[in-house]
Design a protein around this ligand. Structure first.
Ligand code: SF4
Ligand code: SF4
Length: 114
C-alpha cells in the first residue's frame, strides 16, 4: 500500500528531514522518525524527545555547533544522500513548520539537497 505525499508537521523528523516524502515511508516500510521506536540509536531523536523540542529548529543551539547533530556519521549520511539536513533545520526556523511541510510535499522532497 502506498501512502500519498501530504503536508503533515508530524512527518517532520527531529533532524529536519521530511519523512512524508521518503520512499520508505510512502511504501509502508517505515512509520517515519517520530513513531519509529527502532531509532533508539539516534542521539538527535533522543535529545529532542528529552528536551521536548518538536525538531532541532526549536533548540537554542545552532545545529552547526551541536556535536549530536554534526557528528561523523551525519557527515557520511550527508555525503551518501547528498542531503543538507542543516539547511532543512534553518528553513524550518525561517518559514515555520507549516510552510515547510507544504514546500517539501510540493517538491516531493525528503531533504534539501547539497
Ligand atoms: S537521523 Fe534521527 S532524527 Fe533524523 S530521521 Fe533518522 S532517526 Fe529521525
Ligand atoms: S540541536 Fe542538538 S542539542 Fe538541540 S535539539 Fe538538536 S540534537 Fe539536541
Amino acid at each position: 500500500m502506498m501512502n500519498e505525499i501530504i503536508a503533515d508537521r508530524e512527518l517532520i523528523a527531529y533532524c529536519g528531514l521530511y519523512c512524508g516524502a521518503c520512499h520508505k515511508y510512502l511504501n509502508g516500510k517505515c512509520s517515519g522518525c517520530r513513531l519509529n521506536d527502532k531509532a533508539t540509536w539516534c542521539k538527535i531523536r533522543k535529545c529532542n524527545m528529552e528536551s521536548g523540542n518538536h525538531t532541532c529548529a526549536d533548540c537554542n543551539m545552532d545545529v552547526a555547533d551541536c556535536g549530536k547533530y554534526s557528528n561523523f556519521i551525519s557527515k557520511v549520511f550527508g555525503l551518501i544522500f547528498r542531503s543538507d539536513r542543516k539547511a532543512c533545520v534553518y528553513r524550518i526556523k525561517m518559514i515555520g513548520e507549516e510552510a515547510y511541510v507544504k514546500e517539501m510535499s510540493a517538491k516531493k522532497a525528503m531533504t534539501i539537497k547539497k
